[in-house]
Ligand binder design. Structure first.
Ligand code: CMC
Length: 429
């Protein structure tokens, strides 16, 4: 097997570039010494061809539609595991035994409260503020309460801080929702498992008894598993970039939350539902929206379609679609938006524009329909994505700090501005 490639640059001796192979035979050219040896850098807007790290957390093959966490196929985890177990797997590298799982779950229960003072922060947000604003702000603010996290990033303290983040983000997210609808905050209950605890904080009120629906719990658990990690996407790369400056884990995760909010990333799930509603209100005119998405003079895109890496059906979307009918009928929900989504997918997948560009539904296409069926408003969808992605961000942050090759992230550029010029005093311009 050849272990290097030869680069011929004008006026220079041939340069040997090492070839790196991953455990699934992915190949990379190691250009870490390129500039030092040749004076050249590489230019790759959007990092389409650029690997920033080696990782043993998540493997995905976008051409074949494969996704695995720590080697386990997503289909198997979705069927057999729980979100808490998957979180442990991502952060610690292996599935837990019963003792480890119990201890991990206990930690998530024990750290679920937020400092009482933090409740007052919500008063500073207008009731119309998007919950992603309060989520990111509150997560960044956690570093104010845990002194060991305020200094340099520390993997040693990550054990405790990762439990804190996972447990508290759930409380913060539910409080954000309660604030937005003017209801009193409901405190976490240590006796409840992860998802049931969240749903209780979201939907119970002091005036009435609230019964947690096991089907809601299962649906939420499934969605969180599917969102738990996705290798070097925009928000995860942000967590790594921010963490590489040795910012603490709360600051790094808060940055990831903000990166996730964008409509091309996690914010797409809310946009999908808005789009489906718009189609519904327009009498179900699916074709008109497909036409608009194809029009190069229209900035509209089919939200929940297309992916940088998947050039095949997103395996997560496949699982969600398979569960959609079952979950909705189990919950006794008949949602016309599901029929519209299916029709839209069918039309798009037959259209040469989408076929030629390998545009398939992604994870955000059907997830909102399930969230809606369990009673979540669309502005909470991206918050749910963040809740699911927390273990992935923590695992990636930890791996980065344990990797001896990690250096502060600092891309180069090709400068295309003015050449040196002389300052002219304002009265002479
Ligand atoms: N609707 C219509 N056309 C599209 C779409 C779409 N959803 N997505 C891509 N295209 C077209 C795009 O216009 C371009 O066409 P052309 O070659 O004629 O210029 C071609 O397909 C390639 O698109 P791109 O923008 O160069 O691809 P990208 O890899 O830079 O962007 C993407 C990936 C996900 C941002 C993009 O597909 C998109 O905007 N999708 C809609 C938003 C969305 O659903 N985002 C969620 C992504 S999955 C969850 C997550 O991990 O965040």
């Amino acid at each position: 097997m050849t272990n290097s490639a030869t680069l011929h640059l004008p006026g220079q001796e041939p340069l040997e570039i090492p070839i790196i192979r991953g455990s699934e035979n992915e190949r990379a050219l190691d250009i870490s010494l390129l500039r030092a040896k040749s004076g050249y850098i590489t230019l790759d807007p959007g990092f389409v061809n650029t690997g920033a790290c080696s990782s043993s957390i998540t493997y995905l093959d976008g051409e074949k539609g494969i996704l695995r966490y720590r080697g386990y196929p997503i289909e198997e985890l979705a069927q057999k595991s729980t979100f808490v177990e998957v979180a442990y797997l991502l952060i610690h590298g292996n599935l837990p035994d019963q003792y480890q799982l119990t201890e991990f779950s206990k930690k998530l229960s024990n750290h679920s409260m937020i400092h009482e003072d933090m409740k007052h922060f919500y008063d500073g947000f207008s009731s119309t503020a998007h919950p992603m604003v309060s989520l990111s702000t509150m997560v960044a603010s956690l570093s104010a309460y845990y002194s060991e996290a305020t200094g340099r990033a520390s993997v040693k303290d990550l054990h405790i801080n990762s439990a804190r983040i996972m447990a508290k983000v759930r409380t913060i997210a539910a409080f954000s929702y309660k604030k937005s609808i003017g209801q009193p905050f409901v405190y976490p209950l240590d006796s409840l498992p992860y998802c049931a605890n969240f749903l209780n904080m979201m939907f119970s009120v002091p005036a009435q008894p609230y019964e947690i629906d096991e089907d809601h719990v299962k649906a939420m658990d499934l969605l969180l598993i599917l969102h738990a990690d996705h290798e070097q996407n925009c928000s995860t790369s942000t967590v790594r970039v921010v963490g590489s400056s040795q910012a603490n884990v709360y600051a790094s995760v808060a940055s990831g939350i903000l990166a996730l909010w964008g409509p091309l990333h996690g914010g797409a799930n809310q946009q999908v539902l808005d789009m489906l509603l718009q189609i519904y209100e327009n009498g179900g005119d699916v074709d008109g929206f497909v036409m608009r998405a194809k029009n190069p003079n229209d900035s509209f895109r089919l939200m929940g379609f297309g992916h940088r890496v998947y050039k095949n059906y997103d395996p997560r979307a496949k699982i969600i679609k398979e569960h959609c009918d079952r979950i909705l009928s189990k919950l006794g929900v008949q949602d016309p938006l599901l029929e519209i989504a299916k029709k839209l997918e069918e039309r798009a997948l037959l259209d040469s524009y989408f076929v030629e560009r390998n545009l398939y539904p992604n994870i955000d296409f059907y997830s909102g329909i399930i969230y809606r069926a369990i009673g979540l408003p669309s502005n909470m969808f991206t918050v749910m994505f963040a809740l699911g992605r927390i273990p992935g961000w923590i695992a990636q942050w930890k791996e980065m700090h344990e990797d001896s090759q990690t250096r502060i992230a600092r891309p180069r550029q090709i400068y295309i501005g003015e050449n040196a010029r002389t300052y002219i005093p304002i009265n002479q311009r």
